[in-house]
Design a protein around this ligand. Structure first.
Ligand SMILES: [Zn+2]
Length: 284
């Protein structure tokens, strides 16, 4: 039985037996739900080399088939960045240093830079990252988030907008973020798992886990961030329905203690509740 990447629990009943690759192709990847913390995740996981090849070459092609043209995709990213800055105006009083992890074509970074932020991005999609560098003049590393080379304490804000479902090793990525965050820095997570799942009518093969308000809170507590708020409000505008946002502030409290305390207080999902949640949203 696979163990849960969030809490380490090894009891995880199967809720779905397939994931959706395209509108007409399904794959035999099971979706399990951890009985301890409630994380919904795909099993088995692909090998790291597969992820590298997939995001380097295949992902953009699949995305292009099911989404709008690339230019309007970048325009949407810019608009979402603008909307996010408006939504967080009270919380982000002045520009600082921002890391956009899974920045894609760089549109959100572009919006932050226009407001005076010093921005750096990372994305494994070579074509999108090249667009960010060449068309927008942004500093973007083409690589997996697990492999980032970042100076300790380098960032005041780390943004992961709809990318945490995709990464291979969520623990390693969040550990990297904690190291790269300055004292009192902020981590903003946007989980788009439900949005994509509703859109596909199934859980997509490239969303390795589906993050809810509870699992976002637990992931933050496990990896050194104290949740400030978690909301379904559309902080980045109307174009990504089904997103959940979580904002955390960096703390020195690392390790499973804070997460386990929260689970003990009932901040968790359950296989029963998640099965009902999937049914309620028509996710087959
Ligand atoms: Zn778990």
């Amino acid at each position: 039985m696979p163990s849960c990447e969030l809490c380490g629990g090894d009891d995880a009943p199967i809720l779905r037996r397939r994931t959706r690759v395209t509108a007409t192709i399904d794959a035999a990847f099971e979706i399990r739900c951890c009985a301890h913390c409630g994380l919904l995740f795909q099993s088995p996981r692909f090998a790291p080399q597969f992820y590298r090849a997939y995001y380097g070459q295949v992902y953009r092609h699949l995305l292009a088939q099911e989404q709008q043209p690339f230019d309007s995709h970048v325009e949407d990213q810019i608009a979402r960045g603008e909307a996010l800055l408006e939504s967080l105006a009270q919380i982000l009083p002045r520009p600082g240093r921002m890391l956009d992890l899974g920045c894609g074509a760089g549109g959100m970074m572009h919006a932050f830079r226009r407001r005076g932020w010093n921005v750096v991005g990372v994305d494994p999609d070579s074509l999108a990252a090249a667009h960010a560098r060449d068309a927008l003049g942004l500093t973007v590393q083409t690589m997996d988030a697990e492999e980032m080379r970042l100076a300790p304490g380098a960032f005041d804000l780390i943004l992961i907008a709809g990318s945490l479902e995709h990464v291979h090793d969520i623990a390693r990525v969040l550990a990297q973020c904690h190291k790269a965050g300055a004292e009192d820095s902020l981590l903003l997570l946007e989980a788009h798992g439900l949005g994509q799942a509703e859109y596909l009518g199934a859980i997509g093969h490239n969303h390795r886990r589906l993050l809810t308000a509870n699992s976002l809170a637990l992931a933050m507590l496990r990896h050194g961030w104290t949740p400030q708020f978690i909301t379904d409000a559309p902080l980045s505008g109307p174009t990504r329905p089904g997103s959940t946002f979580a904002l955390g502030r960096r703390t020195e409290r690392l390790g499973p203690g804070p997460m386990e305390a929260a689970i003990g207080l009932g901040i968790r999902d359950t296989p029963e509740a998640m099965a009902a949640w999937l049914d309620r949203h028509g996710i087959g």
